[in-house]
Design a protein around this ligand. Sequence first.
Ligand code: PEP
Ligand code: CO
Length: 460
Amino acid sequence: MTADWSPQHWKTKPIVQDVVYENQDHVDRVLDKLRRLPPMVSPAEIENLKAQLKEAALGKSFLLQGGDCAELFDYCSQEPIEAKLKVLLQMSLVLTWGARTPVVRIARMAGQYAKPRSNPMEMHEGVEIHSFRGDNVNGFDPKDRKPDPDRLLGAYFHSAATLNYVRTLLDSGFADLHQPSQWNLSHVRSDNVKREYETIVTQLSDSLDFMRTIGADKNDIPNALNSIDFFVSHESLLLDYEASLTRLLTSPSTKEKKWYNTGAHFLWIGDRTRQPDGAHVEYIRGIENPIGVKVGPTTVPEQLVDLLNTVNPNKEIGKVTLITRFGADKVEKFLPQHIEAVRKSGHIPVWVCDPMHGNTKTASGNLKTRHFVDIIQELSQTFRIHKECNSKLNGVHFELTGDSVTECIGGSMDLRDSDLPSNYQTHCDPRLNYEQSLDVAFLIAKYYENERKNKDIPTL
Ligand code: PEP
Ligand code: CO
C-alpha cells in the first residue's frame, strides 16, 4: 500500500476542473450512499488486466481501447450496448489476426460520463450557462445545466446496469455470433479497398475454420474464441465519485490489503488534469488499478518522467499506459523526445496512440469533426516513429460507436462534410462510426501484414 496516501488525500492538493455544487449536505448524503454500494469490479479482474497490460508493454499483446467521448445515461440500453460490444469484438478479432498477438480489450464504457471542458461556462441565447460537463454532473439540455449531486448516483447505477448487460452477453456466447463470414462490407465504396478487405475477411475466416477443424477452439487453453476478457474504463475526473468507490480489499495474489478503485478496471487522467502536483495525480497514484495518462504537445518530457516516478515508483511494467495524442501535424516533433526520456528513465509503459484528440476540426455548420485521413496519418506516423526509435506501439485508443453516426469525415464509405448533419449525435467529440471503426482495424491488420512481408517501414 502506498504510504502517506488515502482516497481523500487529493483534497490537500490544488484541483482543476472541479465541480461546484450549491448544497454540500446533499453532496455528502450522496457520497455516503456511494460508499455503501457494492464494488462493480473485483481485485481479481483488476489484477488480470494488469497482467495482460504487462504483456502489452513487453510487445507480446496489443491493446484496443475504445468507446464514446461522453457516454450518456441514455446509452444504457440494449441496442447501443450490443452495438458497442459488437464493434469492439470485431475490431479485436481483426487486430488479433493482423498482429498475430492476443488483443487486450478495454471499453470507454460503463462510467465514461464526466468531461473536462476548456470553459466552465458558455453563452446560450444571450445568457451565460454552465457548460455540459457530462451526464454525471448536469444535463445537455440548456435548462438542465445546474450541477446535480444525484447524478453521481445515476452514474453508479447506469454503470452497473451497463456492465451487467455486457457480462450477460459475453456469458451467453455473444462473442461467437460475430463471425467474419457474416460481416457486411457493402458500405465500402472503392472496389480496390473492398477487394483488400474481402481478402482479409476470407483469410481470417479460413484461419478460424482451420482452428475449429483441429479442435483448437475447444481445448482448455484460453484463446480469443472461447474466453473473452473485456474490461471497462473511464477518465478519473470526478474525484469525490472515484474516492467513494475506492476500497481496501485483499489482493488475490499477495493476500495483502490494497486500495482498488472498484468502479472500473482501468482509469486514466486526461490532458487537462495531469499536473504533477495536482489533485488528480495525487488520487491516481494510490490505487492498484492499471492507469492511463494522456500525453500531448504540452507535455514536457522531464515532467512526464516525474509523473511516472510519482504514479509508479516501483517501475512496475505495464502499470501505466501512456496515451499519446499529439495531432497528425505534431507527432513527428514531439513523440521521439517522449520515447527517449521514458526509455532513459527505465519505465516500461504501454505505449498507445489516440489519433482522435489532436485532430479535431470545425466543419461547416460549426460542427466538430475529425478527418479519417488525419486519424490514419497520426496512427501511421506513430507506428513508424516507434519503430525508428527502437520502440514499439503497443495499442490504440479511439472514440467510436457501434452506430451509423455521421461525425467524422472520410473512411471507406467516403463520408463528406455535407453528410455530417444527417446523423450527427455526439454531445462532445466526434466518433468513428461502425464502418469507420472496422476500416481502422483492417488498415492496422494490413500494416502488420506488410511488416511481415519485410517492407522496410510500412505505412498504414
Ligand atoms: C478524452 O479522452 O475524451 C479527452 C478529453 O481526451 P484528452 O484528455 O486527451 O483531451
Ligand atoms: Co473526447
